[in-house]
Design a protein around this ligand. Structure first.
Ligand SMILES: CC(C)(COP(=O)(O)OP(=O)(O)OC[C@H]1O[C@@H](n2cnc3c(N)ncnc32)[C@H](O)[C@@H]1OP(=O)(O)O)[C@@H](O)C(=O)NCCC(=O)NCCS
Length: 196
């Protein structure tokens, strides 16, 4: 495994994580069919795209997660209910590409099926991955990147005990427009941090 250039290498790869109600395991092509159904829903990609993903885009998302895992030892995880195994979405770790340097070395992110919202699943899974980032990976800082209009996501960051770090202007993928991204952060010694 090659660490990202200029970044502290992680102490160990992210392993499977089990919480009270969820399992979080590295996304694989076995998850693609179920993931594409979730990602096709407009609410799931309302921010930033305002529409659901096509099957081709969902496959490209999976390819990017594969590349992340290979390069960094962490990436997107399939979040499944322990009771029955239903895929509820993706919760994972990534490498932030926006924000003022020096950036957090790692970010936590989440996209759940609307049918799984309002149950605390995202908080439960994300808190466990933040703990992993501080323990298994041995980072001392983590962020999440969202949009100010994404109220549920901002609330989730705050529930995790993250605090607002900065707002940045980001170009959209098609380079045709800009959006404002907000970055929330947590540090290992932050007493407000919510542990899993
Ligand atoms: C962002 C997102 C994951 C948040 O989902 P969520 O359901 O609001 O967040 P949680 O899973 O943590 O659930 C918290 C809610 O469940 C409720 N809840 C119910 N049972 C609960 C339990 N046992 N434990 C904790 N919370 C519980 C909480 O009260 C809270 O509800 P509230 O927000 O109305 O107060 C979800 O909206 C989503 O996937 N959005 C689309 C993708 C997206 O935009 N991702 C972010 C990209 S930056």
């Amino acid at each position: 495994m090659q660490p990202a250039e200029g970044r502290t290498p992680i102490a160990a790869r992210l392993h499977d994580v089990v919480t009270a109600r969820l399992t979080l395991r590295r996304l694989t092509t076995d998850d693609l069919r179920e993931l594409a159904v979730i990602f096709a829903q407009r609410e799931v990609w309302e921010f930033p795209y305002g529409r659901g993903m096509t099957a081709v885009e969902a496959e490209a998302f999976l390819d990017r997660q594969h590349a992340l895992w290979c390069a960094h030892g962490f990436g997107g995880c399939a979040a499944r209910e322990r009771d029955g195994g239903r895929l509820v979405g993706v919760i994972g770790l990534s490498v932030p590409t926006v924000g003022t340097e020096p950036r957090s070395p790692v970010s936590v992110g989440w996209r759940l099926a609307p049918s799984a919202w309002g149950r605390g699943y995202a908080t439960e899974g994300a808190a466990a991955l933040v703990d992993e980032a501080f323990t298994t990976l041995r980072y001392d800082r983590i962020c999440c990147i969202t949009q100010p209009e994404n109220v549920r996501s901002v609330r989730l960051a705050e529930r995790l005990g993250m605090t607002f770090a900065e707002a940045v202007d980001v170009r959209t993928d098609d380079d045709a427009s800009h959006l404002t991204a907000v970055i929330y952060e947590s540090r290992i010694d932050d007493p407000r941090r919510t542990s899993a």
